[in-house]
Ligand binder design. Structure first.
Ligand SMILES: [Ca+2]
Length: 294
């Protein structure tokens, strides 16, 4: 499976968790990691450190720093802190958007992209190359919220990019926040991962930093756990039997000032598949199993 992961690694720990799954997945050909949103050089260094620690050779490319919508980038402050090797970390020269376009154009219909950050890189590729949307085999996106009317982070951080991608006609799966919040990772889990995975101690450390920050931001956060948004998203490609997919039309754009909050209605003809249910304990177990926990 040809794969590129487009990520905002560094803020929520779950992007790091997602890269850590790669060695445990069968038949993956990781062609690149592209980073997006804010200080992409720092994010690229972090991705590079993670890949190197796992012996993965794939190049890391910097993408769009600024949002299309003009909305200011949310920066927590703990990104990249207390990660050994950041200064010396290597990343590739070249623009992430061009790489996405070029890799999609090689053997069209075979490249899978998993987008687990704001959609600025993907939307820029859609605008830059008219063939991009049809060249991609499948785009898997973590984003949106379908049940409570919440502005989910990835979609609302760059609503202009979100609208472009959702209208692009690319074959797509959306893993929304209302599903990912059902898969929580806690300190007992990170302890198990720390013993099983070469990146485990780093993942546990970065998780606790994120959890502590998150608890200052939302009253729902415990300070000792968070959701596996991005790992659950990646698993839709590799363990589809754990998920229920419903083709949907996304119809929230009519109102002025689209802010990333979306609605969907079932539409069997739509190319957009939304995860509408899943075996949440099964997804939790699959995540730990892929990371090597017995
Ligand atoms: Ca992310």
């Amino acid at each position: 499976m040809r794969l590129i992961i487009d990520t905002d690694i560094g803020t929520d720990v779950d992007d790091l968790w997602t890269l850590a799954m790669l060695p445990g997945l069968a038949k993956v050909s990781l062609e690149a990691v592209t980073v997006v949103y804010g200080d992409t050089e720092l994010r690229a260094r972090l991705a590079s450190v993670a890949l190197k620690a796992m012996g993965i050779e794939a190049p890391v490319y910097c993408g769009c720093e600024h949002t299309m919508s003009g909305k200011a980038v949310m920066w927590a402050g703990h990104e990249g802190l207390h990660v050994d090797g950041m200064t010396d970390a290597k990343f590739a020269t070249g623009d992430a958007v061009d790489v996405l376009i070029e890799r999609a154009a090689v053997n069209p219909g075979s490249l899978n992209i998993v987008a687990i950050g704001p959609l600025t890189n993907i939307a820029t590729a859609v605008l830059r190359d008219a063939e991009f949307a049809s060249n991609v085999r499948h785009l898997t996106v973590m984003g949106g919220e379908f049940t409570r009317g919440w502005p989910e982070h990835n979609f609302s951080s760059d609503a202009a990019a979100t609208e472009i991608v959702l209208r692009s006609g690319v074959s797509m799966t959306i893993m929304p926040l209302n599903q990912t919040l059902r898969v929580m990772i806690d300190q007992a889990d990170t302890q198990r991962i720390a013993e099983a995975h070469p990146l485990g101690p780093l993942m546990a450390d970065q998780a606790q930093r994120f959890w502590t920050w998150l608890a200052t931001r939302t009253p729902l956060a415990t300070g000792t756990s968070s959701a596996a948004h991005d790992p659950a998203t990646l698993l839709t490609l590799f363990e589809p039997s754990l998920f229920t997919f419903t083709p949907m039309t996304i119809d929230a754009f009519e109102s002025d000032g689209f802010d990333g909050r979306i609605r969907g209605s079932a539409d069997a003809t739509s190319l957009i598949n939304v995860v509408t249910d899943m075996d949440a304990p099964g997804v939790h177990d699959a995540f730990l199993r892929v990371l090597g926990c017995s």
